[in-house]
Design a protein around this ligand. Structure first.
Ligand code: F6P
Length: 474
């Protein structure tokens, strides 16, 4: 019997949420765009997705969880609490995350974190090689697994490996500050195709790789250890049809109307982020405070709906940020509110995708102002939810999405005055101008969706492998 080759997706987290209640493990599929986009791959045939189940599972229960996951083509990599602390919270989120988002002073360059990161990447490699057969294709995702491409390559020199980084890749002058920079670059260079959200990220990677190794760049191709490695921008899209469908759903539409009714004569500014210092949440609140202070004519006329989704709250900087946000929201509300009007409606929790769809449809303005962001899918979800082609998107020029959504009001999130101006412009934007801008952004988001992104990456991976093979046979 000829064994069919398969595709193996690998990411830090599996695309399911596992919870434990009264000693029973429950699985619920992830609603995320990546899980949807890659569903067309990992759910098919003998393809699989390898990753961490997202919680610590005691050894005696691991077999049971493994069996449940296998029914969904998912293979778990179990991590102990020490591994989660050193590899995930430590190296990934206290070193790579701040440095790659240009917040070097937030980084905690602990040797023990590096040791744990290497060990866990090794653990992922063992899980992959257990399932790997000749002819298989591998697609590795994100900054938690930067060493994995080369670890696999060392064992299987001819295997096909794609790697995509979902967060920015910083300029070399920032990247070089990491004590283990050569090892990281060497790890990534184990892949055949490297994908980033933007051309700038790709360029930064090529620059770091060519300075730190003896690899030679020729345009977007690096020649390293006799291999050709292609580096390209693949701007990620969203599941546009899902947001379109949700917005048209009668239950969601009814909910949208009730939100709108409760906000009559008030311009609603929506922000939705994971709790993260890279998202510019404090700066945005400062801009609102300045607007209300300098422009009292807007008192009682606008409201900020601010959804902050809990995230990484075991990492010290995230806990600190939560306290700062709580305090600033409290100050603004205490200073400007009236009996019948509240300037900031702050939610610290996650919501169903149906609720998000309704609030995207109800909000007059969406304010997306990260200090730095690989792409930012919230901006695209807002656009996809504007069936009537109205609404205004204010978008940070530091988000990858700003390279595509040129018709947003683009701001520098470090310039509080600039954000105030943009909010005033958005509040007063004529309907015709809103339509022109939104229409063009909707065409972009609908065309360059998550399915096209997956297709483009996989097509390119095949093309790169064919190019490499033809070079070797010459
Ligand atoms: O943006 C990068 C990313 O890793 C996403 O892939 C993920 O959804 C998000 O950050 C949250 O990450 P975590 O797994 O740390 O909760």
């Amino acid at each position: 019997m000829i064994r069919e080759s398969k595709t193996i997706i690998i990411s830090n987290r599996l695309p399911v949420k596992i919870t434990e209640e009264n000693g029973v493990y429950q699985l619920s599929p992830s609603e995320g765009g990546l899980a949807t986009g890659l569903g067309s791959i990992y759910k098919e045939g003998n393809n699989i997705w390898i990753g961490w189940p997202g919680l610590e599972v005691p050894e005696e229960r691991q077999e049971e969880v493994t069996k449940k996951l296998a029914e969904l083509n998912l293979i778990p990599v179990f991590l102990s609490s020490e591994e989660i602390n050193g590899y995930y919270e430590g190296f990934s989120n206290e070193i790579l995350w701040p440095v790659f988002h240009y917040l070097v002073t937030y980084a905690n360059f602990e040797q023990a974190y590096w040791d744990a990161y290497q060990d866990v990447n090794e653990k992922f490699k063992r899980a992959v090689t257990q399932h790997l057969s000749s002819g298989d294709k591998i697609w590795i995702h994100d900054y938690q697994l930067l060493l994995l491409p080369n670890l696999i390559r060392e064992e299987q020199p001819s295997v096909t490996i794609g790697f995509f980084q979902h967060i920015p890749f910083p300029s070399f002058e920032i990247f070089r500050l990491i004590p283990w920079r050569e090892e990281i670059i060497e790890g990534i260079l184990g892949a055949d195709l490297l994908g980033f959200h933007t051309f700038d990220d790709a360029r930064h990677f090529i620059s770091a790789a060519s300075r730190l190794t003896s690899s030679n760049p020729s345009d977007n191709i690096l020649i390293y250890k006799n291999r050709q490695i292609v580096v390209e921008a693949f701007p990620m899209g969203i599941d546009n049809d899902k947001f379109d469908r949700l917005t048209r759903d009668p239950k969601v539409a009814k909910f949208t109307v009730s939100i709108k009714n409760s906000l009559k004569n008030i311009k609603t500014i929506l922000t939705i982020d994971r709790l993260d210092y890279s998202k510019g949440i404090l700066q945005r609140l400062q801009a609102l405070e300045l607007l209300l202070e300098k422009h009292p004519e807007y008192l009682g006329k606008l409201a900020l709906y601010m959804i902050v989704v809990p995230s990484r709250d075991t990492v010290p900087k995230y806990k600190e940020l939560k306290d700062q946000i709580d305090q600033l929201v409290g100050n603004i509300n205490a200073r400007f509110r009236t009996i019948s009007w509240l300037p900031v409606h702050y939610f610290y929790r996650s919501f169903s995708v149906e609720f998000l769809s309704a609030i995207y449809s109800a909000a007059d303005i969406c304010l997306v102002t990260p200090m730095r962001d690989g792409m930012n899918l919230v901006s695209k979800e807002y656009v996809a939810s504007r069936l009537n082609e109205d609404g205004v998107l204010i978008l940070s020029e530091m988000a990858g999405a700003s390279k595509e959504l040129n018709d947003a009001l683009i701001v520098n999130p470090n310039n509080i005055g600039d954000m105030v101006k943009a909010m005033i412009q958005a509040i007063n934007m004529p309907a015709e101008e809103q339509q022109i801008r939104m229409k063009s952004m909707r065409a972009m988001v609908s065309k360059f969706n998550i399915h096209l992104w997956v297709k483009n990456f996989m097509d390119k991976l095949r093309e790169v492998k064919t190019m490499q093979e033809s070079l070797h046979t010459k």
